[in-house]
Write a protein that binds this ligand. Sequence first.
Ligand code: ADP
Ligand code: MG
Length: 352
Amino acid sequence: MADIVLSGLVKEFPGGVRALDKLDLTIADGEFFALLGPSGCGKTTLLRTIAGLEPPTDGTVHIGARDVTRLAPGARDVAMVFQDYALFPHMTVSENISYPLKVRRRPRSERSSRAAEVGAQLSLSTLLERRPAALSGGQQQRVALARAVAVRPAAFLFDEPLSNLDARLRLEARTFLKRLQRELAVTTVFVTHDQAEALALADRIAVMDAGRIRQVGTPREVFGRPANTFVANFIGSTPMNLIDGSVHDGGLSVAGALLPWKGPLEDGEKVVVGVRPEYLTLSTTDPGGPALRGTVSVAENLGTSALMSVAVGDELIGAVVPEEAEPAADTPVWLTPQPGRMLVYRASDGEL
Ligand code: ADP
Ligand code: MG
């Protein structure tokens, strides 16, 4: 059981790439913590730095009360699961699971009983004598998890462990992983570029961009109140509308409409107004109140709903409507933001 404290972490690779840029982060004991960000933002580098596979250029890593910055990976008491599982092809499932115990020179009897115990926990009991080539992707993924669980580490480090599974298996594996982590209550750092996965699994999420952390919060916080336009753009299954505007007469002047708004900004200040497509009410008759006026451009089917692209002035604004309410192209429509659902960012720095 351990928290993980990262202070002032910098990682520079030869050639001048700064993969981590003075990063500070505290992950609580027992927490399921997601590191989320686009490809190349430094997630794997951060995880490898925690694991001890990558020495930092500057800064420190603490696990529990220990400063592990200079310790070898084996001395850190963490278990890492890689994207490609990294199973040994010539070993059985049981041998793969208990391999870390062999490295630690535990006796054979303990190794096989632990493999059986963890195998049962991960629904692998009937597969213990098979080799990895004879397993499905989902089963291989569980063997990789079992190997991490077998040593009872102080922390799990997962690098996109579900990304090689197809959509259906990925959903099953999510539930499985979440339940396992709850049972074991081991501090878990889970790297993903998939915002839906992070929202579904994590107690808290750190959103990363270019070696920095742009926001840390619960799924509800980063979804409901993204701290800046980067996070606003990155989180959500449909992209948030980000519309240029300005503060005007105590309201917001956006896309030809004056919307009521109260906030700390000065009259005339340029802003970016963020509103999720799910939080815009679309009507085909004039609702009477303040609304954005436009015409339907195209509709994208989302299954039980549709994402309408509405041309408002020279902006295209997304609004989600129930499938039966989908208006035809070129229909004039009005978009009204639901009360309290507008986020207003300063245009100068994109911060809330
Ligand atoms: P992510 O996992 O978020 O996709 P990475 O941590 O793999 O990002 O990479 C972050 C940045 O560091 C990228 O620009 C990548 O090209 C660079 N990088 C990663 N590993 C190395 C390396 N061994 N040598 C040089 N550059 C690297
Ligand atoms: Mg990566």
